[in-house]
Write a protein that binds this ligand. Structure first.
Ligand code: GLP
Length: 248
């Protein structure tokens, strides 16, 4: 039996509002919340909502901590396409999360293996992740765990698929998209106490249908959410149209 909860909203904006509401309510209950944070275009309006909630005094991250889900390998920190830069621009610059409680993978490191060990140790030292926010790739990847990633995988260097590199090319404005990345593993993600996956738009239909209705296994990384005791997929009706198990 899957513990996966599915929320289907009429519009993307409703779905985003609900996902942001889950974060603010978890923070209200636990100001020391340890968050895991995804990137991607889906998350841009989600982070905008969190920034607004903060600006309006409805949400504070002053006692919280945050771990970045993944990062490209070989990009300097200040590269506009790095996820470090993305999270700074879309979230950190507009909220009160203390810098010393922001933990990001250093994709520019020459020693990826020890960087990944350092990151896993930092998650453990923080007491684990309370709420991991996820997007989903069109091939159902979570983080940069491409199809084939083991469900017990930990933070590690990975090769990106051509599909993922093509999907993410926009952020690189004609430059070459890195071929490698560092990512929390699926096992690392499953170790979070709660998972929240946000998917909007028709482009994610097949990926979400595979995750919710298909066989559970490494060929569909997001299907791992069905093995977690407290996971929610929040999506809009457009994304949910191909779902068998839930009628929007
Ligand atoms: C990247 C990130 C994922 C994210 C995915 C979807 O590959 N590594 O964490 O879920 O993109 O991004 P988008 O929301 O732009 O479709």
């Amino acid at each position: 039996m899957s513990g996966l909860r599915l929320e289907v909203w009429p519009t993307a904006s409703d779905a985003i509002a609900s996902a942001a509401g889950i974060v603010t309510s978890r923070l209200a209950a636990n100001p020391g919340l340890v968050l895991g944070l995804a990137t991607g275009s889906t998350m841009v309006p989600f982070y905008r909502r969190l920034r607004h909630a903060h600006a309006e005094g409805r949400m504070s991250l002053a006692g919280a901590a945050a771990f970045g889900l993944d990062e490209y390998a070989g990009l300097p920190d200040d590269d506009p396409a790095s996820f470090r830069n993305y999270l700074r621009r879309h979230l950190f610059d507009g909220v009160d999360l203390p810098l010393e409680r922001i933990f990001l993978l250093d994709g520019g490191t020459g020693d990826a293996a020890s960087e990944c060990r350092r990151f896993e140790a930092a998650i453990a030292a923080a007491g684990g992740i309370d709420l991991q926010v996820l997007g989903i790739g069109t091939n159902a990847h979570i983080g940069f765990n491409e199809p084939g990633s083991a469900f017990d995988s930990r933070t590690r260097p990975v090769e990106l698929s051509e599909a993922t590199r093509a999907a993410n090319a926009g952020a690189f404005a004609g430059r070459v998209v890195p071929r490698r990345a560092l990512t929390m593993g699926i096992g690392t993600i499953l170790g979070a106490r709660e998972l929240l996956l946000l998917a909007t738009g028709r482009g994610k239909r097949a990926a979400v249908a595979g995750a919710v209705d298909g066989p559970i296994g490494p060929s569909v990384p997001a299907s791992a959410l069905r093995l977690h005791p407290c996971a929610t997929i929040v999506c809009d009706a457009e994304t949910a149209r191909d779902l068998v198990k839930t009628t929007p």
